[in-house]
Ligand binder design. Structure first.
Ligand code: UGA
Length: 428
């Protein structure tokens, strides 16, 4: 097939690369010439393990074509995916302006052939119908059907998640559109779920919200553990052994970040308020998430006596350079405001954090350099490099052996035996 993907962020570029890998010709539309040139030269721009290799291979095979022009790409394509950003607006709702802008351009460029326009961006229920309305307004003759085909990839394992999905969800009110999308996905494993348009849009929000709920529940239990002498890891390990509950996505820490959970929980709550639904559960999931990082900060302020703080881990999770809504950003802002000096290191997110904080913090080349002479060490992301760090070296380099483990990667007893003052999350 020939298809188009509009947007080349995590969702757009990874989806386009996997569809190209399956043998399709894939146009990728962006609007920044400099970025498109980098993509043509095999630079994925985003940090995602193994993506550069797939990009290079499919560029060379001529299956991936990057452009800022809609005309030829849309006319040649039987399926067009919209995979642009839907960032949170100031009131928590999803900002859909780019989706609608793109819908108009697609409408203006549709040819005579039947075309499926499928949303991959996470959008509130009803958005794809509005996309259809905008396209038909721009082109009343358009032979087009809209669909929703949500993406469930995680940053850091995006390629694997897309190549081996648990399920492929396709929603549309047009049978022809569903059939075309099933055909495009035919060589991918995983269950097929076909629904109407609204259900498919809801599936994405419900999936992200239940995952965020599990995390906030774990954090809520960690607050109890801190005040009662229980240990959250022991508690959740045993709770998760019940197959009805499971342990995945039930790890306490300094809260979820990234460009998805924070915005999607808020956007679902915003939709609920507009249609008169009690959104108390979602509002609480969000407020527990805020409290998780604030609680961690309180412990730091209470226990650190000097002014020099070392931070390991800046990305919102391992294997990504993404710092959007990362707990590290909140903690750095708060600590700077209170007059602390910060040295920090992350295996991938240094450029992004430099862009955000400039010279206000010191970035180092290695983890051990960061730790040297610090009054306390904060671990904010559970990169493998930190899980396997030489703790006796860390201890000898720190001015005070005080370690705050925001992701519970170390064993409290072992840390105590080594002579650290160890503060985890919800640990006895
Ligand atoms: C999330 C979903 O997991 C994907 O299925 C979805 O496609 C994606 O959002 C999206 O909507 O595009 P992502 O945000 O990339 O993926 O990363 P996750 O692995 O889900 O982690 C999100 C946050 O939750 C991270 O900050 C992580 O540290 C935190 N987390 C995760 C916890 O605090 N505890 C856990 O037990 C699991």
């Amino acid at each position: 097939m020939t298809i188009t993907v509009i947007g080349h962020g995590y969702v757009g570029l990874v989806s386009a690369s996997v569809f190209a890998e399956l043998g399709n010709k894939v146009w990728v539309i962006g609007h920044t010439p400099e970025k498109l040139e980098r993509l043509r030269n095999g630079d994925p721009i985003i940090y995602e393990p193994k993506l550069a290799d797939v990009l290079k291979k499919n560029n060379e095979a001529g299956r991936l074509i990057f452009t800022d022009k809609y005309d030829q790409a849309i006319k040649e394509s039987s399926i067009v995916f919209i995979a642009v950003g839907t960032p949170p607006a100031a009131d928590g709702s999803a900002d859909l302006s780019v989706v609608y802008e793109v819908a108009k351009k697609i409408g203006e460029n549709l040819g005579d052939q039947f075309t499926v326009v499928a949303g991959k961006s996470t959008v509130p229920v009803g958005t794809n119908l509005e996309v259809e309305r905008i396209m038909k307004q721009a082109n009343p003759e358009a032979n087009v059907a809209v669909a929703s085909c949500p993406e469930f990839l995680r940053e850091g394992s995006a390629l694997q998640d897309t190549r081996v999905p648990d399920r492929v969800v396709i929603g549309s009110n047009s049978k022809e559109a569903i059939d075309q999308l099933l055909e495009l996905h035919k060589d991918l494993p995983g269950k097929r779920v076909t629904t109407n348009l609204a259900s498919s849009e809801m599936i994405k929000y419900a999936s992200n919200s239940i995952l965020a709920t599990k995390i906030s529940f774990a954090n809520l239990i960690s607050f109890y553990c801190e005040k009662t002498g229980a240990d959250v890891e022991e508690v959740l390990e045993a709770v998760g052994m019940d197959k009805r509950i499971g342990r995945t996505f039930m790890y306490a820490g300094i809260g979820y970040g990234g460009s998805c959970f924070p915005k999607d929980v808020q956007a679902l709550a915003d939709t609920g308020k507009k249609i008169d639904i009690n959104t108390g559960l979602l509002d609480t999931v969000e407020s527990i998430n805020q409290h998780a990082r604030a609680n961690f900060l309180d412990h730091i302020l209470e226990k650190v006596s000097g002014k020099n703080i070392a931070i390991l881990g800046l990305a919102f999770k391992p294997d990504t350079d993404d710092i959007r809504f990362a707990p590290s950003v909140y903690l750095i802002e708060q600590l700077l405001e209170k007059g602390y000096n910060i040295k920090a290191y992350d295996p991938a997110a240094m450029d992004n954090i430099k862009g955000k904080f400039g010279d206000k913090i010191t970035l180092t080349q290695t983890a051990l350099e960061t730790v040297k002479d610090a009054d306390a060490l904060l671990i904010l992301t559970e990169w493998g490099e930190f899980v396997n760090i030489d703790l006796s070296k860390v201890k000898s380099l720190l001015k005070t052996p005080l370690l705050f483990d925001g992701r519970n990667i170390f064993d409290p007893k072992k840390m105590k035996d080594m002579g650290f003052t160890y503060v985890g999350v919800g640990r006895a």
